[in-house]
Design a protein around this ligand. Structure first.
Ligand code: ADP
Length: 638
């Protein structure tokens, strides 16, 4: 390589600097991942070349026999990884290896957890893999040339990862990129054929390009120029998804998953199909065992289902073939019928892709149903990782609504443990004359389990589903019915559980008095049959926004009109009995405010004026303790 022009020393972005320091410390004991990252970059670059060669005349013929070559020299402490892929020009090198323009970096830094296994997984997700080279290297040299540019536009980039890098334009006859690592002395144990092969097998066995290891000739400690290095093909580059299912072992599927996703944990399950007929494609889908860190926030960032056409990687097509609520699925689709030069725009409305999408949905739900049937630990893991996301499907996918709803699991009053009750379980246990599937939404399971709304259901032995996921309010807004049974909130409208429905005159009068005392602070106040132990609870009208939903919308910054809570009172409660008999109107009003605030607190709502509530309770306590043993106050506050 002779130097042509433009030597320049530049500083890394401060963020890169920070990243490098942190990465080296955080991932020290997972140092081997650097090779996976560099190999997968080499493979991506080869994929890109193949793809661009479909339309770029200048690349004709350059996309043949693409391979990745690894060479090492233990004595000198050097390891190099060379691809013949698309390469980079000077601007691209500066952009890709000098800045971290992509928003991912800061989030990566913030999400480093100290758990090395988890953090190692993050690297791939954030697109900062290249820098992992500095975990093991004290100096990294990148020599590269964009495949469709001339040999004099090669670029050489060198850095010790300390804050600066040097970049120069060089002559480079070969297309693609060669990355040379000067390995730190303490990591030179990696520089044996055995170690390198082990790491490649572990992480990168299924890359779609041959990985060739150039070993120093046998008996030759130093790979001098005179000796012919022995070359060994290390990986199995035959695309696994093209093989027939009977030919592929379980371990191979697991390895493939791990090299596809970088996920160190095994998938929960997978499905592999070759669809024949008018449209032919292969489909290999995996259900991971844990969720990426940002799955719930990042609803649109779907990566992980790769589209190939006749084994040429076209793009990450998750957005086109996977609906949002299945965005955790991973896999590969390989079509024999899509035209190779298809554009993203054309893909959007391709009927074949619609068919593929429908198949992905069907096969994914099959997989999830099977997990549900088998139950146990894998199903528990699935629910924990993806249960909430799957709920989005009920809202989004009208066609599959019932099927998806059948897969959801909730907490329930007849189940003390985790979320495990499905709608089918519920229906099976319904009382003979029970018409509705009853549910209660709340901020947390604890609030739900202690809710006064459950009292009457407990009395009648009717099961209530406890919905405590943030998305559950939306879910029930869309799922009015399941298998002919309506879903109904225990906290809404009139309950008809065969209770005596006509309240007596005294109860109505008490309700009227409370309404008068509370004035504008409440909507209506009515006696009802919901409660057996509590004096009062908040009830929503059938069509009104629920208090929980209103609260969530406010938290999300939306304007929500002030809702006046409706109060249902329990005239049989001792406190209300005492109130009914009292003719001290000021004291009555104090107590009415107190039961309203208590009903709101029991819902998990925040009081508009908590300090006044506390003052009221304390005043009562003082009174009660002062002349203990007698008087209304003593009983009321007990
Ligand atoms: P990611 O690969 O996840 O985007 P990296 O930090 O590993 O993040 O790489 C940054 C970018 O540098 C890549 O997106 C790619 O554009 C470029 N790059 C890295 N390695 C190569 C290579 N071997 N050939 C061509 N481009 C590369």
């Amino acid at each position: 390589m002779t130097e042509v022009a433009g030597v320049e020393t530049r500083s890394f972005d401060t963020e890169v600097h920070q990243l490098l320091k942190l990465m080296i410390n955080a991932l020290y004991s997972n140092r081997e991942i650097f090779l996976r990252e560099l190999l997968s970059n080499a493979s991506d670059a080869s994929d890109k070349l193949r793809f661009e060669a479909l339309t770029d005349e200048r690349l004709k013929g350059l996309d043949q026999d693409l391979a990745i070559d690894i060479a090492f020299d233990a004595e000198a402490g050097v390891l190099s990884i060379r691809d013949r892929g698309i390469g980079m020009n000077r601007d691209e090198v500066i952009e890709n290896l000098g800045t971290i323009a992509r928003s991912g970096t800061r989030r990566f830094l913030e999400s480093l957890s100290g758990d090395q296994r988890k953090d190692a997984r993050l690297i791939g997700q954030f697109g900062v893999g290249f820098y992992s080279a500095f975990i093991v290297a004290e100096e990294v040299t990148v020599a590269t040339r964009r495949a469709n540019e001339s040999p004099d536009s090669g670029v050489r980039w060198v850095s010790d990862g300390q804050g600066e890098y040097r970049i120069e334009t060089v002559e480079r006859p070969e297309q693609g990129t060669e990355i040379t690592l000067k390995i730190r002395p303490e990591h030179r144990d990696l520089l044996t054929a055995w170690q390198l092969k082990r790491i490649i097998h572990h992480y990168s066995n299924h890359l779609a390009f041959p990985i060739r290891l150039h070993k120093p000739a046998a008996g030759q400690e130093e790979a001098s120029e005179a000796t012919d290095a022995e070359v060994e093909l290390v990986n199995d580059s035959k695309a696994l998804w093209t093989r027939s299912r009977a030919e592929v072992g379980e371990d191979e599927y697991r390895d493939f998953y791990s090299s596809l996703t970088g996920d160190p944990d095994a998938p929960l399950s997978w499905a592999h199909h070759h669809v024949e007929g008018s449209q032919r494609f292969s489909l290999l889908l995996f259900v991971p065992s844990s969720a990426p860190f940002d799955m719930l926030i990042n609803r649109d960032d779907r990566e992980g289902v790769k589209l190939y056409i006749e084994r040429v990687f076209i793009m990450d097509a998750a957005e086109q073939v996977v609906p949002r609520y299945l965005r955790f699925m991973r896999g590969v689709i390989d079509s024999a019928d899509l035209p190779l030069n298809i554009s993203r725009e054309m893909l959007q409305d391709s009927p074949l892709l619609k068919k593929i999408r429908a198949t992905v949905v069907k096969r994914s739900l099959d997989l999830i149903e099977k997990l549900a049937e088998q139950g146990g630990e894998p199903w528990r893991k699935f629910l924990e990782a993806f249960g909430s996301v799957l709920k989005e499907g009920v809202i989004e996918d009208f066609e599959q609504r019932e099927r998806i709803a059948g897969l959801l699991r909730f907490s329930s009053t007849s189940n003390a443990g985790d979320d495990a009750v499905g709608l089918d379980d519920y229906i099976e246990r319904m009382k003979e004359d029970q018409e509705h599937i009853w549910y209660l939404t709340a901020d947390s399971l604890q609030v739900a389990r202690n809710s006064p709304h459950l009292e009457v259901f407990e009395k009648h032995g009717i099961e209530v589903l406890l919905l405590t996921d943030r998305i559950d309010e939306w879910l029930v807004g869309h799922l009015n019915e399941y298998k002919g049974k309506t879903l109904k909130s225990v906290a809404r409208g009139k309950l008809d559980l065969g209770e005596k429905t006509e309240p007596d005159a005294a109860a109505l009068a008490l309700a009227g008095r409370i309404k008068k005392a509370l004035g504008e602070k409440v909507g209506n106040v009515q006696p009802g049959g919901r409660l057996t132990e509590s004096p009062a609870c908040v009830v929503a009208d059938d069509n009104e926004l629920s208090p929980l939903m209103a609260r969530m919308m406010r938290q999300a910054g939306q304007e929500v009109p002030e809702l006046k809570p409706n109060l249902e009172i329990n005239p049989d409660h001792a406190l209300l009995g005492l109130m009914a008999r009292s003719d001290d109107e000021a004291r009555f009003a104090e107590l009415a405010s107190l039961i309203l605030d208590q009903a709101l607190l029991a819902e998990g709502a925040e009081l508009a004026d908590p300090a006044t509530y506390v003052r009221r309770v304390n005043a009562l306590l003082v009174e009660a303790l002062d002349d203990s043993g007698s008087g209304e106050a003593a009983q009321a506050a007990s």
